[in-house]
Design a protein around this ligand. Structure first.
Ligand code: BTN
Length: 255
């Protein structure tokens, strides 16, 4: 919803349990709800992650939210940039609400202490984009995530309340989005976002392992290009532009 001055105000729809906040929000989008509509749930029974994976979402352990944007005028080819914007916003929101400084692992994971803290899944087209954000908050983690994931409460060493994190992440996302939209989705805000994304990246400048459907190989993560592809130097004169739809990339050594 746009307030005077073009500010996009969040309109929260809260649920105890849903299949996926993104599915509920897609339905609200079809019914004509405005951008800034946010769906939050305490539990998801069919949480979805990237590349067809699930997102384990037990009650009370995580923050599960989806935010609706309607970026009219944004070229279809540039819609994936909203993922970069969301990762930067989530990082800022976590910092503002908890003081914790998370890293961004390409393309759109939030990491701390070498472990996954959260992830982002952007879906849709320019007239309706659903940004789904999942963050581990509680000190307990689902058993299957032990050793691979961390949470805000673990990193903070005390119980973190998810409500201020929700408010701050949403505010940062809608503010950054509004500023970019006001510039006609041009390069000024985008260049700053890319700079912040690169600064927060935990992969750039590091040896990485690339996992494809056909095998694995190593390289050096050099940069992220304007289309969000990771540039990995595999050998002299051999720099590959990797799309997040095709590969997974891990740090080659513990961080
Ligand atoms: C990933 O790292 O694979 C992205 C995970 C995104 C999970 C969030 S939780 C809220 C929203 N609803 C979903 O079903 N998925 C996203």
């Amino acid at each position: 919803m746009s307030a005077p001055g073009g500010r996009v105000q969040p309109a929260f729809h809260r649920f105890q349990r849903v299949s996926s906040t993104s599915d509920v929000l897609r339905q609200l989008a079809r019914e004509g709800h405005p951008e800034g509509t946010v769906v939050v749930a305490r539990e998801q029974t069919g949480g979805r992650g990237r590349r067809g994976r699930g997102w384990v979402s037990p009650a009370g352990l995580g923050l599960y939210l989806s935010v609706l944007l309607r970026p009219t005028g944004l070229e279809a080819a540039r819609v994936p940039r909203l993922t970069v914007l969301s990762a930067v916003a989530a990082r800022r929101g976590i910092l503002g609400a908890t003081g914790l400084s998370a890293g961004i692992k390409w393309p759109n994971d939030l990491w701390m202490s070498g472990l996954k803290l959260g992830g982002i899944l952007a879906e849709g087209s320019a007239d309706s984009v659903v940004i789904g954000i999942g963050l581990n908050v509680g000190a307990d983690l689902p058993k299957e995530l032990e050793g691979r994931a961390t949470s805000l409460s673990r990193e903070k060493g005390r119980v973190v309340d998810s409500e201020p994190v929700l408010q701050e992440v949403t505010r940062q996302l809608l503010d950054l989005y509004r500023r970019w939209r006001e510039q006609g989705f041009g390069s000024g805000v985008w260049d700053l976002l890319m700079e912040e994304y690169r600064q927060a990246s935990i992969l750039l400048g590091r040896p990485v392992r690339v996992i494809t459907g056909r095998g694995k190989y190593g390289g050096l993560a050099q940069d992220v290009d304007e289309d969000g592809r990771l540039l990995v130097r595999v050998g002299p004169g051999d720099v590959r532009a990797l799309s997040s739809a095709d590969v997974s990339v891990r740090p080659d050594r513990p961080l």
